[in-house]
Design a protein around this ligand. Structure first.
Ligand SMILES: [Ca+2]
Ligand SMILES: [Ca+2]
Length: 457
């Protein structure tokens, strides 16, 4: 929720699958899991990649359509694999395997794959996960990025719809021309089990996990305008969702604490919940499935967010999702330099902050949704996978940004301590601007689910 500057969006391309590469599965798992077909004592997710670095040649990988060939190639680190399209026209070629990446999913388990890719010509490349159960494809998610001759990281995440499914991982080049090639290296796969999921299926906010603020605040330096309350006008749990609602008040309201700064009350009200003092986490996957109050042209001044702050109050702010509304004119809050009206309503911001001075500049990505969907048009999933030394952001299962200790020297200093979760809908302030006559009230940030996954052990 700290102020930040705009950056360029993530390019994405639609996928028409032409070339596929799948990661193999060992017939027998290593570690504590039981043999295939036997339920392990602990339902730990079972995943295996054979030769994911390609440093031992092509073992475990093959091309399955006879439209391409595999060969060793200089990789990003050590050897890689090159899949060359040998057909005379654009046609499907598939690099495949004989087994699943995951043979037995955990219900609600989170599975993330990444791969480094480059191509001899600029072309879209997809990383895809398919969930299969009982011979039926239950779900599929693909992340597509246009790559060229520079190594590019593609990532995809899928949350299993049920227990016991198999997952297939494929790398696809949807439009690879004849005789062109895609190089692949350093495939990774991560499994996580759900450790806390709030579906908001009760009729009240779960006070074991969440505290709703009743406070009058500027949002520190943000110059926010709303009184934060837990009144039902501003906060409800109903129909399986948490609704944080911003209102323009016919009569100014007071907030419960901090009112001495605003003796006349506030013109707007909204809501803010957090797990501070109740739930904190160090590392894991953190996701919200939500519909944002940033509809084009009618949402100037809205600022929904899902973010994390350290328990000790020190360095570090991890913004999993922020978005700001747009007005009917050409100004989109403080980001009006972006040009066209309502551009903000197409995108979300995912950021990493060191402190609020700022000693280090914010690092962020501004991303749009697959297929041109609007964040205000329905429920979408915004997630972060926070590990020691690496943080990756996702939207609807597509990797949008990766930060590591290499890109972010202060990452370990700021992001290796317990953090808690915050959901809020700010109104006004430096970044989104003040609501105007076109801003539609009440405006609701609808949160269908918050989930936390921890690494499978
Ligand atoms: Ca390698
Ligand atoms: Ca729900």
């Amino acid at each position: 929720m700290a102020r930040r500057t705009p950056s360029t969006g993530v390019r994405r391309a639609a996928a028409a699958l032409v070339l596929a590469l799948a990661a193999p599965m060992l017939a027998a798992a290593t570690g504590s899991s039981g043999p295939l077909g036997t339920a392990p004592a602990q339902a730990a997710p079972l995943h295996t990649l054979v030769n994911p670095t390609f440093d031992t040649g092509l073992a475990g990988w093959f091309e399955s359509t006879a439209k391409g060939s595999l060969s060793g190639v200089a990789g990003r680190r050590g050897a890689g694999v090159r899949l060359t399209h040998t057909a005379t026209s654009r046609y499907t070629v598939i690099l495949n395997d004989t087994a699943n990446t995951v043979t037995r999913t955990v219900a609600g388990g989170s599975y993330t794959a990444t791969a480094w890719v480059r191509a001899t010509t600029s072309t879209p490349v997809s990383l895809r996960l398919q969930e299969w159960s009982g011979g039926v494809k239950r779900a599929e998610v693909a992340s597509t990025v246009t790559v060229g001759t520079t190594w590019t990281l593609i990532g995809v995440n899928h949350v299993a719809t049920r227990a016991g499914s198999g997952l297939d991982l494929n790398l696809l080049a949807p439009a690879l021309p004849a005789r062109a090639a895609v190089d692949v290296d350093d495939v990774t796969f991560r499994s996580r089990t759900p450790s806390w999921v709030d579906d908001f299926d009760s009729e009240t906010l779960d006070s074991r996990s969440w505290t709703a603020l009743n406070a009058s605040t500027f949002g520190d330096g943000n110059l926010e305008l709303a009184c934060l309350t837990s009144r039902p006008q501003n906060l409800t749990v109903a129909d399986g969702a948490l609704a944080l609602t911003a209102r323009r008040e016919p009569d100014r309201v007071s907030c419960g604490s901090g009112d001495d700064r605003f003796p006349g009350g506030r013109e707007y009200s909204s809501a803010f919940v957090q797990t501070k003092g109740k739930r904190a986490f160090t590392y894991g996957r953190f996701a919200v499935r939500a519909q944002l109050p940033t509809a084009p042209g009618v949402s100037r001044g809205m600022w929904p967010a899902f973010w994390m702050r350290p328990v000790d109050g020190g360095l570090g702010e991890l913004d999993i999702m922020e978005a700001i509304g747009s007005g009917s004119d050409s100004s989109d809050g403080a980001d009006s330099a972006d040009g066209a009206a309502s551009v903000e309503s197409t995108r979300v911001h995912q950021s990493l902050h060191y402190d609020y001075l700022p000693t280090q500049p914010v690092q962020k990505v501004t991303a749009t949704l697959p297929g041109g969907a609007l964040p205000s048009g329905g429920l979408h999933t915004y997630a972060v996978e926070w590990d020691a030394g690496q943080i990756q952001w996702f939207i609807d299962g597509r990797l949008t940004q990766t930060r590591t200790t290499a890109s972010t020297p202060w990452l370990a200093a700021a992001f290796s301590r317990p953090m808690y979760l915050r959901l809020n809908l700010a109104v006004g302030g430096r970044w989104p601007g003040t609501p105007d006559a076109t801003t539609r009230f009440p405006a609701t940030y609808l949160i269908d689910q918050v989930s936390v996954h921890t690494p499978a052990t």
